[in-house]
Design a protein around this ligand. Sequence first.
Ligand code: ATP
Ligand code: MG
Ligand code: MG
Length: 377
Amino acid sequence: MAKILGIIGGGQLGMMITEAAKKMPEHISKIIVLDPTENCPASQVGAEQIVADFKDKNAIIDLANKSDIITYEIESGDSTVLKSVEKNADVNPSPETLRIIQDKFLQKSFLKENNIPVPEFIKIDAMEDLVNGLQDFGYPALLKARRDAYDGRGNFKINSEKDIEKAFDYFKGQKLLLEKFMQFKMEVSVIASRNTKGQIKTYPLVENIHEENILRETIAPARVSQEVTKKAEHIAEKTMQVLRGAGIFGIEMFVTQDDDVVINEIAPRVHNSGHHTLQSSKTSQFEQHLRAILGLDLGDTELIHPTIMYNILGDVSFEGKYSPVNISDENVFLKMYGKEISKPLRKLGHFNLVAKQGETIDQLLKKLETLKEKVIV
Ligand code: ATP
Ligand code: MG
Ligand code: MG
């Protein structure tokens, strides 16, 4: 029988999950999202909405009572509350996995214990730990909030002794970790999935270009050697073997100057670097996520067309209503998220630039330069 799907978070990820769910009426009869912003992106495409804070316990219980199956587009949900509602609805990925992943220190410790490579890191509880850590790692180093960070907003780069106090004050009261700064060659990611029956499938390795800590472009496939691809895919597989729970996991990695691969972080949800799959693959990551949590066979993950995904971000010096974006090009697939207000570097939409028969990534990159100008908001 078709199920009622509850999603915590109704932003662009919840929106694209909703759109995928609506194409599976035989499996999903209704979608309800929990989101604090009225008329959130997911509600604009047909999800019913409970307007409440993500951490509102009663609202989560309400969502669980109304749903057969719960998932989330954000990793800041309360894992204890989610665990407690498992008697009312299936929760995927599992609250236990969420608990580990949503704390960057627990996550990195978990990976390290399982012999999966990560940058050097230590827990910071006091200024003394920070001073000692910096002595060990040297400069620059990254001080990170352990929880609730996204788009790099929980990172502070410490370039020299001068920054120590500023960095520590910036995070007043938050739990922290310090990481060695990686002079990486490239950032890459694997979108991996596991269904409730244990079947695992991963999408091909992609390359991610960040600016100011925020994802700007994803190039599928990544421009790396076969050896690096193998290493990254091996790390992704190993990670999936130790992490429990069904759904999509976005595994972000760094390729070092020596062509080693280490994990930066894992997202227990559909991931921005998987948006290219909307056009580049037979199964989008959003459909795959639903297939995974519903216990359906996972779909094909092969990359059919090389594709570049470009994020449309709010101008750094503007907040307010923005002008509509239009591109007409048969190889460009524009997706705006229905957000009324632009804020500095806010994710407002993206487009996928798909290669025509025989077109190379270099040719796509050239074309991208002219397209970028059309999406300045
Ligand atoms: P997301 O939006 O991906 O959840 P986030 O706020 O959780 O982001 P991170 O992924 O930890 O933040 O970091 C954001 C970016 O900062 C990374 O993609 C990378 O470009 C850079 N970065 C993070 N950690 C390191 C590191 N140890 N060394 C060098 N650069 C780093
Ligand atoms: Mg993150
Ligand atoms: Mg990240």
